[in-house]
Design a protein. Sequence first.
Length: 253
Amino acid sequence: MVWFRKRYIIYAFIILFITLFSMEITEFQWWIFPSLSYVFSFIESRFFPPDWSILPLLLQETLVTFGIAFLGTFIALLVAIPLSFAAASNTSMNNYIYYLNRFSLSGLRSIPEIVFGLVFVVAIGLGPFAAVLAILLHNVGVLGKLISELIEASDKGPQEAMKSVGATPRIANTFSIVPQIWPNVLSHYFYRFEVAIRTSLILGFVGGGGIGQQIFNQYQSFYYDGMAMSIIVIIVFVIFVDMFGSFVRKRVI
């Protein structure tokens, strides 16, 4: 059988070795899972009932979180589109520009948003603007990479046809490639927007504002019933954003 070939057996042993090695260095304790009842007891005694009186404040902070995610993703898309053409092998002007943009996008993409957030909170102070910049820079790297790959995979026929009738390379790229990749660009955008919602919550822990900062303050002050209300608002908000993103992607694609 195909699964008992020698190389597959070797792969299985390699995966098993890496798994055991990872469990060792992370101090993974699988035997504690059956005894997690105390966790649920703690949640039941401390988190319920949620404090509904802070709902107006949480809704206001949720709008701040939405604004952080939207600006950080939308501005990143506007910046990433021209950079992606320079980072695509079939549309870049020369190899120097191609590799420069590739390395730049890789550099932005390799730095997590939380690291950018820590830097900007120190540099420009606490608040949502630092979180916007952190998400923006990371998303430029991610969206630039994804869109450049869409450009490289696009059909070359329309581009060559426009050039054959005298269109400049810039005009040919704009009107022959963009219509091909636009549905997938929007799909990538909405996915990154959904990710930015969750990321902005984490950035709130380092002073980036929004509902994430409310959760961190509640945690530090042992305000667990308020924290439970914040978690409920986050769950409803994220589900709504996911459903809206899925609806838009289906309409576009």
